[in-house]
Design a protein around this ligand. Structure first.
Ligand code: NAD
Length: 376
């Protein structure tokens, strides 16, 4: 009997989801054996597969059935693969779509913070659009506020507003409002400082304080929290400057913390540094169960072929070990195993290049096996 048992709600979803999540579970099992822990995984439906199953059962059609949500709430963590695919691209108004399952689970679990680590793999540096010398030492963590700001503010449109049209005529005008409370800012910024204290000790707080009142409040809170962390170095970076620095000198950053909209844009920009979608994991944390998932989609074009790259899913497991179970040694082992697999030239087809020998191009299952082999 393992000394500690964790219950994980696993959500394979659609497309390549079932193939890659199987490799995530395989790695978890191996980690458990090495660290005297048991990870009990229970599969539940989400996305297109949930739509099909609820429809077939004559239940209310749903991309997030109540049983899935209940299981997610009761679990110690949620591991999701991906949802969606052409089969469910019904655009008629009122049609249930797979992505609704994702939005609903994030909202229902109260996930207010999203994490995206961006790590450079020496072995894959040619896949990046940036020159290799700019990528030396890139290892950053983007902490993004997830439930406030512009995306959740009031959105209004007025018609026939005098002077709003072209040439001074009447026309439409629209407003999106951006609001943040100290409480919403502080819980995210504090998390970033805690993370930085366990990493390289630097937080860059990204805002637009020269223009926006929400940013001025953000900065005040960031400074107040920073005063409690004398060992962590804080800097304020304007978002436009940050966007530039991410491509000119990305290695300077350790932890970047920012509000929802800026984080949305910057995390996509930063993810391109690695040049490969199949390598990026993400975590969403909140007041309850946390959720871990790859940043890519369900890749319907390669589903069922056994060639999907499972590494982003395996790196989501790494994040789960680190942030939900505080098993830093085990998380480091997984990260190192992935690194060494790549250093030794093993690739899935999406990250292989002309120099990769044919016998080093692995399928999904073989790549999962390889990571397990390198855990030792
Ligand atoms: P995608 O990320 O699924 O695929 C983009 C390209 O990258 C494809 O060529 C795909 O084959 C490749 N790719 C992605 N992941 C890969 C992996 N692990 N291994 C090898 N190759 C990989 O994006 P898309 O094609 O725009 O979307 C496909 C479906 O996924 C859509 O229905 C979309 O709505 C959904 N989607 C879901 C999520 C999610 O579940 N979080 C995120 C994005 C898109």
């Amino acid at each position: 009997m393992a000394s500690k048992t964790y219950r994980i709600c696993t959500l394979p979803g659609d497309g390549i989801g079932p193939e890659i999540i199987a490799e995530g579970k395989k790695v978890l099992k191996a980690v458990g054996e090495r660290h005297d822990a048991a990870f009990e995984c229970e599969d539940h439906l989400i996305g297109g597969s949930a739509i099909d199953a609820t429809r077939a059962a004559g239940e209310e059609v749903s991309a997030l059935p109540p049983a899935t949500l209940a299981a997610a709430r009761a679990a110690d963590a949620v591991l999701l693969a991906a949802v969606g695919g052409p089969k469910w691209n019904d655009t008629t108004p009122g049609a249930v779509r797979p992505e609704q399952g994702l939005l609903a689970i994030r909202k229902s679990l109260g996930l207010y913070l999203n994490l995206r680590p961006v790590r450079m793999y020496q072995a894959l540096r040619d896949a990046s659009p940036l020159r290799p010398e700019r990528l030396e030492g890139v290892d950053l963590l983007i902490v993004r506020e997830l439930t406030g700001g512009l995306y959740f503010g009031e959105h209004t449109r007025r018609h026939n507003v005098p002077g709003a049209g072209v040439d001074g005529a009447a026309g439409d005008a629209a407003v999106d409002s951006m609001e943040y409370s100290e409480h919403e800012i502080e819980r995210v910024v504090r998390w970033a400082f805690d993370a930085a204290a366990r990493r390289r000790g630097r937080v860059a707080s990204v805002d637009k304080a020269n223009v926006l009142e929400t940013s001025r409040l953000w900065r005040e809170v960031a400074h107040r929290v920073a005063a409690e962390y004398p060992k962590v170095e804080e800097s304020d970076v304007l978002v436009d400057n940050c966007a530039m620095q991410l491509v000119s000198n990305p290695a300077q950053f350790d932890v970047l913390v920012t509000e929802n909209t800026f984080g949305d844009i910057l995390s996509d920009e930063a993810s391109m540094l690695t040049g490969s979608l199949g390598m990026l994991a993400s975590a969403s944390l909140g007041s309850g169960t946390a959720l871990y998932e790859p940043s890519h989609g369900s890749a319907p074009d390669i589903a069922g072929k056994g060639i999907a790259n499972p590494l982003a899913q395996i790196l989501s497991v790494e994040l789960m070990l680190r942030y939900s179970f505080h098993m830093d040694d085990a998380a480091d082992e997984v990260a190192r195993a992935v690194q060494r697999v790549l250093d030794d030239g093993w690739r899935t087809v999406d990250i292989a290049d002309a120099q990769t020998p044919k016998d080093h191009v692995l399928g999904t299952v073989a790549m999962g096996d390889k990571v397990v082999e390198y855990l030792g």
